[in-house]
Write a protein that binds this ligand. Structure first.
Ligand SMILES: Nc1ncnc2c1ncn2[C@@H]1O[C@H](COP(=O)(O)OP(=O)(O)OP(=O)(O)O)[C@@H](O)[C@H]1O
Length: 271
């Protein structure tokens, strides 16, 4: 009797979950970060982070140096393991032990501050490499995808150039094309312009603005407040591994609720 009841309950739960996932995919947050903790030795770098990012939204993470922004991004695409808590991309538990980190990184592209292209490969080959090795694309398919991604970042004419022949901004755009080529659900950017001169930063920021306009879901760590103000759906202000305040750009820039946020935005205004 009790066995039957359990079965019935299980079936109902499954059905309910099937129903909700059928209708929820478009409306549920694409990325859910639940009570994530991370320490290095005695230092608690992330202290109970909860964050949800909707499909098509752009989340900008700001905060003082050492507040845990990069660590947060690295946990999202499993370059760093969380100590506890969960991160979900749709239904995929990114943090689960049996989730393959490579599968995570196909769906969550990342662009770093350091532009790590292979020096001995052309821009095109830097983009096709992952498509061939990880996605199993044929040579021709990979070439076509690479060329269309290079065009997307404004580098159609540089496909045959080697990294040494490209400016820092162009190299960073190849890095973006390489991440986009995997057709990710989410793009993570970790200070993509901080190694670049202002002029070269601008061309990278323009590409990022283009992705915002396309509706790409993005989590961005940046000191570029113009991008944060113009591109962010929400800004999260982190300090000492905790979210102090989160809201639309106008709230954090004009009317922060917390003194700590006000001080931070005041300090960067004078940078
Ligand atoms: N692999 C690691 N091993 C040990 N400590 C680390 C490691 N990675 C980060 N940390 C420490 O964790 C803290 C948070 O670093 P994190 O890079 O996440 O901060 P951040 O907010 O991105 O800083 P910044 O703006 O300077 O890049 C720092 O004190 C840093 O030294």
């Amino acid at each position: 009797m009790s066995d039957n009841r359990t079965e019935t309950t299980e079936r109902t739960d499954r059905e309910r979950s099937a129903d909700s996932s059928a209708s929820a995919t478009e409306t549920d947050p694409l990325l859910r970060i639940e009570d994530v903790w991370k320490s290095y030795g005695d230092e608690e770098v992330l202290r109970g982070i909860d964050l949800e990012v909707d499909r098509g939204d752009v989340e900008v993470l700001v905060g003082p140096s050492g507040s845990g922004k990069s660590t947060m991004l690295r946990c999202i695409n499993r370059l760093t393991e969380v100590d506890s808590g969960h991160i979900y991309l749709d239904d995929l538990d990114v943090t689960a032990a049996d989730t393959n980190p490579d599968a995570v990184r196909q769906q969550i592209g990342m662009v770093f501050q350091d532009i790590n292209l292979f020096a001995h490969l052309t821009a095109r080959k830097n983009v096709t490499l992952g498509l061939r090795k990880v996605r199993g694309f044929s040579k021709e398919q990979a070439r076509q995808r690479a060329d269309s991604e290079l065009e997307r970042v404004g580098l159609a004419d540089q496909a045959d150039s080697y990294p040494a022949q490209l400016s820092g901004g162009q190299k960073q755009r190849v890095g973006i094309a390489r991440a986009l080529a995997m057709d990710p659900e989410v793009m993570l950017f970790d200070e993509p312009t901080s190694a670049l001169d202002p002029e070269l930063s601008n061309e990278v920021l323009e590409v990022m603005q283009g992705l915002v306009a396309e509706g790409m879901t993005m989590v961005v760590v940046t000191h570029e407040m113009r991008f944060a103000r113009g591109g962010a759906s929400r800004i999260t202000f982190l300090a000492e591994g905790e979210i102090v305040e989160r809201g639309p750009p106008e709230q954090l820039f004009e009317n922060p609720t917390h003194e700590r946020t006000a001080q931070f935005f005041e300090s960067i205004r004078h940078d």
